[in-house]
Ligand binder design. Structure first.
Ligand code: NAD
Ligand code: UD2
Length: 307
């Protein structure tokens, strides 16, 4: 068994990965500045877990956190696309400088394997019905997407120059337990389900016909574990989606079915830089990884809502 570092490990995806690593018998370090993450997401009483409160933009703390670990899952970032539009300078520190610090610390300390949370946002807008494969032109529309793509380029440089083994995953839209609904920037499923639960009005930005390829967090974690632990790293970036487009209106209908109705739904103007349609071609993922059995949207919503 080995010790792994999970940056952003107190957050939604990170804490689910931490649980899986601990359950598999590994030791885990978490580096998180708690900007979105929470201590309560972590089993802090587990002696095999070490929590380091700190910022990935701080090279010294990253170097200390990386020292002696067998591999890194680099998930720390400001996950909100809209937050990057509102504050590009601050989000760049987390989303790009943090990645560069991780690369540099790994180079200095001879740690090779890194799982990187990239994003479908790097592809920009593609037409309705298009399944986006990894060769699709990169067209980042926001600082968030530009930082994620730049991170991929740097990881590739460190691979060629210094032997890093980056397993790059381009997540489409991940949902499930511990996705924090408390900010207007949070993931749409976490916001809609919380508001439906509380009977509060729901705001849809645009006409609700925009589509996303939703992927349950437990299914994602099964892939991230392989990215960290597989003997051979898959050195090409892979999309993580089910190749299924669900519109926000369809999502609302699903939530309405589970609750036997919906609160008031209001339409507001679409967000600047918002992507209209996003659906993965996941052939490469299927070719290189053992696919988890899909948790369908309705089942994932049930798990999230405890129904
Ligand atoms: P999250 O906000 O729950 O997790 C991110 C974690 O990183 C949080 O715990 C936060 O406190 C921490 N963090 C942020 N800035 C930091 C910094 N400067 N230093 C240290 N810690 C910092 O979001 P998530 O959905 O779990 O996202 C995890 C990763 O996956 C992110 O890199 C995100 O960009 C990426 N991603 C998420 C999705 C999705 O649909 N959720 C899709 C594509 C990519
Ligand atoms: C998500 C991830 C992002 C990313 C991308 C990859 C989050 C917070 N963002 O961005 O990290 O890499 O997926 O595909 O996890 N919306 C509403 N009402 C609301 C909230 C959102 O209508 O209250 C709309 C929003 O305008 C967008 C859609 O829902 O059209 C999805 O928004 P999101 O913030 O959940 O996710 P996205 O795709 O911008």
């Amino acid at each position: 068994m080995a010790e792994f570092l999970v940056t952003g490990g107190a957050g939604f995806i990170g804490s689910n990965l931490v649980d899986a690593l601990l359950a598999a018998g590994h030791d885990v370090r978490v580096l998180d500045n708690l900007s979105m993450g929470k201590r309560s997401n972590l089993p802090l009483d587990n002696p095999r877990l070490r929590f380091i409160e700190g910022d990935v933009a701080d090279a010294q703390i990253v170097a200390e956190a990386v020292a002696g670990c067998a591999g890194v899952a680099h998930l720390a970032a400001v996950a909100s696309v809209q937050a990057s539009v509102d504050d590009p300078v601050a989000t760049h520190q987390s989303n790009f400088i943090g990645t560069l610090n991780v690369c540099e610390a790994m180079r200095q300390q001879g740690v090779r394997r890194v799982v990187y949370a990239s994003s479908a946002a790097i592809y920009g807008n593609n037409g309705e019905g298009v399944a986006i494969d990894e060769a699709t032109a990169k067209a980042p529309l926001t600082p968030y997407a530009s930082d994620k793509l730049a991170g991929e380029h740097y990881l590739d440089f460190y691979r060629r120059q210094h032997g890093l083994e980056p397993a790059v995953f381009r997540f489409f839209n991940i949902f499930g337990p511990r996705q924090d609904p408390s900010s207007p920037y949070s993931g749409v499923i976490s916001i809609f389900t919380q508001r439906a639960q509380q009977g509060l009005p729901i705001s849809v930005f645009g006409d609700g016909e925009q589509t996303r390829d939703f992927f349950y967090v437990g299914d994602l974690v099964a892939l991230l574990m392989q990215g960290l632990l597989n003997q051979q790293a898959v050195l090409e970036p892979v999309n993580v989606g089910w190749s299924q487009a669900v519109s926000l209106n369809q999502l609302l209908a699903e939530i309405g079915t589970l609750y036997g109705g919906l609160p008031q739904v209001t339409h507001l103007p679409a967000r600047a830089g918002d992507i209209r349609h996003s659906r993965a071609d996941n052939s490469r993922l299927q070719a290189h990884y053992v696919m988890p059995e899909q948790t369908p949207l309705r089942e994932g919503l049930r798990l999230l809502l405890g129904l």
